[in-house]
Design a protein around this ligand. Structure first.
Ligand code: HEM
Ligand SMILES: *[C@@H]1O[C@H](CO)[C@@H](O)[C@H](O)[C@H]1NC(C)=O
Ligand SMILES: *[C@@H]1O[C@H](CO)[C@@H](O)[C@H](O)[C@H]1NC(C)=O
Ligand SMILES: *[C@@H]1O[C@H](CO)[C@@H](O)[C@H](O)[C@H]1NC(C)=O
Ligand SMILES: *[C@@H]1O[C@H](CO)[C@@H](O)[C@H](O)[C@H]1NC(C)=O
Ligand SMILES: *[C@@H]1O[C@H](CO)[C@@H](O)[C@H](O)[C@H]1NC(C)=O
Ligand SMILES: *[C@@H]1O[C@H](CO)[C@@H](O)[C@H](O)[C@H]1NC(C)=O
Ligand SMILES: *[C@@H]1O[C@H](CO)[C@@H](O)[C@H](O)[C@H]1NC(C)=O
Ligand SMILES: *[C@@H]1O[C@H](CO)[C@@H](O)[C@H](O)[C@H]1NC(C)=O
Ligand SMILES: *[C@@H]1O[C@H](CO)[C@@H](O)[C@H](O)[C@H]1NC(C)=O
Ligand SMILES: *[C@@H]1O[C@H](CO)[C@@H](O)[C@H](O)[C@H]1NC(C)=O
Ligand SMILES: *[C@@H]1O[C@H](CO)[C@@H](O)[C@H](O)[C@H]1NC(C)=O
Ligand SMILES: CC(=O)N[C@H]1CO[C@H](CO)[C@@H](O)[C@@H]1O
Length: 597
């Protein structure tokens, strides 16, 4: 082990900084959107993409899940009005399922798929957009760029989704209203009607039901379940079985009506597979980015090359600890370099060594975890998966922590790479108020004395009571300690909880590591409550933003089992490892001098 200097060769530093110019930590909305797109899941590991990937069929009906999700996105934007800028992708379809134009159990099922995932930073509409992106990517189509920031509607939108029986003028006018030209219309159909098909359950006049009413007949748009241009080439060569072309009732043959509307001119331009992919990428991106006037979408969410996540100061096993994780991409099929060391460096916040004037502390990761390469179809298609390096270090509250950064050394002859937030380091926002998951809990309230009751889409009916413990720096004497609980992950409701509640000093818990404890309680019946905790101290409000609480759901919170740290002093280059397996038993720290350089 050697003592690594903070500054790496400038070329590497520059490379790390240039790779993602727009991103700067902390960017909680970008982080949350990026986690969904590239890890397929929300911050606590609950996976959305696995519902659709790899190009899945729904159990029971064998309907194509990606096709249902893509169609859902279209139907949500289909009420957009380009003249007055209302509607667009806003989740309003949740309130439109009873309409004829939305008659399909696929919509209900898809909305159930998305139900558990929206939160303060990721709207239901963003998830529907991302669902369309996953759907195309998981069925071997192109990757459509993703932006977040869509705003959910809490009521139904206008009518006007096109129907198969509409005449060509009505269809063309509908697309014009949505902001799409007649040739865009042809393209959107060619791109949309590539996966999935028509089911007798929804369209018995187009696809007649079979003998067994419990098994609906599904006729696919083309001969493959993949996102490809077979729907186009089979139409042009006359072999198509697309029900919306070949149905015997020509009034219902909307794809045929649309394809021939310009004498096949546009549809022919989709006959080349590369043209098809690039035109569909552009058209579908426009489709999912169709939002109401006044809604501004985020920058494109690109993969953060080295992502810092789950950063938290907290109390665990009777001491103050700082936790963080660094996520690195790993090419599939390449052996993970087991020689690699990932080191976190940090500076004190108070005292002689504040901001590393003197002492810089460092520690190696205590745990490495690898994601399933199938977590996100987007990352899968890039040939990558993620490896996470987790850190847990004890912190002396007298000096606390102000900022941190990482070095990744492959030990292969190339200098270590430094990840330091574009030169600014990762700054710990505050240390005044922190959530303490290990001293918090939740219980499912038994059927009886509910104060709030919600029913989710599949008819479950419950309320959870959370007893939350937060810790505040001793001596801060806050005038108020409180939190906002938010949970929009619930059936067709706007949100299950959006409330502020107060914490009171709980003297039955003695102070630990320079912090004293406060207790508060909140009820929720959604799937994903998050907490923003605040402390008002001397006229300043300190915030611990966006903490997941799902880990409190009736299971003990498992803290990592090892805590290790190394301290290096620039004046005396000595490095230590404080190894503390004994912390598991709440015993003393063992101080092991490891290496003298
Ligand atoms: C004139 C406009 C459109 C009409 C009339 C139309 C009509 C239909 C009909 C009747 C079905 C069968 C639904 C069922 O059996 O449940 C269907 C399925 C589908 N539509 Fe469209 N559609 C139109 C535009 C679009 C667009 C623009 C997209 C996306 C870009 C799209 C994506 C899909 C998908 C993916 C399916 C398959 C759903 C599944 O298999 O579950 N459609 N469409
Ligand atoms: C779904 O597919 C499986 C396997 O191909 C088949 O056994 C089953 O009968 C299908 N179900 C329906 C409803 O078509
Ligand atoms: C926008 O236009 C549509 C169609 O003309 C109309 O139904 C809707 O009420 C309008 N919305 C607003 C906010 O003006
Ligand atoms: C929402 O769901 C509840 C029960 O699940 C139902 O009673 C209500 O009608 C639904 N509301 C809308 C707008 O769909
Ligand atoms: C889908 O949900 C809507 C609204 O809650 C409801 O009216 C409709 O019956 C549901 N459809 C199916 C097939 O479950
Ligand atoms: C368009 O293509 C279809 C399918 O190949 C064909 O039947 C039809 O005659 C074509 N129409 C024109 C105007 O080219
Ligand atoms: C064809 O479909 C239209 C629209 O649903 C319907 O009005 C018409 O009666 C149908 N024609 C035949 C011959 O079934
Ligand atoms: C060491 O590993 C890094 C990361 O995989 C790689 O970029 C670099 O080229 C390697 N250096 C040598 C000399 O193999
Ligand atoms: C709650 O109690 C009511 C009345 O006893 C009963 O109808 C309902 O099914 C119960 N719900 C649950 C979730 O146990
Ligand atoms: C939550 O706190 C209340 C009030 O202190 C207490 O009665 C209850 O037992 C606690 N519940 C849990 C699950 O800790
Ligand atoms: C949640 O509550 C806050 C404060 O009352 C309010 O400003 C915000 O709009 C609410 N959020 C939603 C989605 O209604
Ligand atoms: C105070 O903390 C104790 C021990 O954790 C807990 O049992 C009790 O419910 C807390 N008091 C309140 C009012 O939450
Ligand atoms: C299942 C469903 O939602 N059916 C509705 C479809 O739309 C028609 C007309 O708008 C309603 O009558 C159905 O109840």
């Amino acid at each position: 082990m050697h003592l690594v200097k903070k500054l790496a060769p400038s070329a590497l530093l520059l490379q790390a900084q240039l790779s993602l110019a727009a991103y700067h930590w902390p960017s909680p909305q970008y982080d949350a959107l990026e986690t969904f797109m590239y890890e397929g899941q929300r911050g606590d590991g609950s996976n959305l993409a696995s519902l659709v990937h790899p190009c899945r069929k729904r159990s029971g009906t064998n309907a194509s899940v990606p096709a249902q999700w893509l169609r859902l996105a279209f139907h949500d934007i289909a009420t957009y009005n380009n003249d007055n800028g209302t509607g667009g992708l806003d989740g309003s379809i949740v309130y439109e399922l009873g309409r004829e134009e939305n008659l399909s159990i696929g919509f209900n099922q898809s909305l159930t798929d998305f139900e558990a995932f929206p939160n303060k930073y990721v709207s239901r509409a963003d998830l529907i957009a991302l669902g369309a992106i996953f759907s195309v990517a998981t069925c071997q189509g192109p990757t459509i760029p993703f932006r977040g920031g869509r705003i959910d509607a809490w009521t139904a939108g206008d009518f006007g989704t096109p129907l198969p029986q509409d005449d060509i003028t009505t269809l063309t006018d509908s697309f014009k209203r949505m902001g799409f030209s007649p040739s865009d219309m042809v393209g959107l159909i060619a791109c949309g009607h590539s996966i999935g098909g028509v089911t007798s359950a929804d369209e018995p006049d187009i696809v007649p039901p079979g003998n067994d009413p419990s098994k609906p007949t599904i006729v696919d748009f083309d001969s493959t379940g993949n996102f490809d241009n077979k729907v186009v080439t089979e139409y042009l060569d006359g072999s198509t079985q697309n029900p919306l072309v070949v149905t015997s009732n020509q009034t219902l043959a909307s794809d045929l009506k649309i394809f021939i509307s310009d004498a096949n001119q546009t549809i022919r331009s989709f006959a080349d597979p590369n043209q098809y992919n690039s035109q569909c990428q552009t058209l579908l991106e426009r489709m999912i980015n169709t939002v109401a006037h006044g809604v501004s979408l985020t920058d494109e969410i690109t993969m953060i090359p080295a992502k810092v996540h789950d950063v938290q100061l907290t109390i665990e096993r009777n001491q103050l600890v700082f936790k963080s994780s660094l996520r690195l991409p790993q090419p599939m099929g390449q052996k993970l370099n087991t020689q690699r060391t990932v080191t976190m460096f940090w500076c004190d916040r108070y005292g002689d060594s504040a901001d590393c004037q003197g002492n810089t502390k460092s520690a190696q990761s205590v745990k490495t975890t690898q994601d399933d390469p199938n977590n996100s179809p987007i990352t899968f298609n890039m040939g990558l998966f993620f490896v996470h390096y987790h850190f847990v270090v004890p912190i002396d509250s007298k000096v606390s922590i102000s900022k941190f950064w990482f070095e990744v050394d492959e030990h292969n002859g190339t200098s270590a790479a430094v990840y330091n937030n574009g030169g600014d380091d990762y700054v710990v926002q505050q240390d005044q108020v922190i959530l303490v998951p290990t001293l918090s809990s939740s219980v499912m309230r038994s059927n009886g004395s509910y104060t709030q009751t919600y029913t989710n889409r599949v008819g479950e009916f419950f309320t959870k009571v959370y007893n939350i413990t937060v810790a505040v720096r001793e001596g801060s004497n806050p005038s108020r300690v409180y939190a906002t609980a938010y949970d929009s992950a619930v059936a067709n409701f706007t949100y299950a909880v959006n409330t502020t509640f107060d914490f009171t000093r709980n003297s039955s818990m003695s102070p630990v590591g320079g912090y004293e404890f406060y207790s508060g309680s909140v009820e929720d019946s959604g799937h994903q409550m998050t907490l923003d905790t605040f402390a008002d101290v001397d006229g300043t409000t300190y915030t611990d933003d966006f903490r997941q609480t799902t880990f409190l759901d009736n299971s003990p919170y498992n803290a990592p089992s090892d805590v290790a740290t190394k301290t290096s002093t620039s004046s005396s280059p000595i490095s230590f490892v404080i190894s503390a397996p004994s912390l598991i038993f709440g015993l003393l720290l063992i101080l092991l001098p490891l290496h003298v350089l």
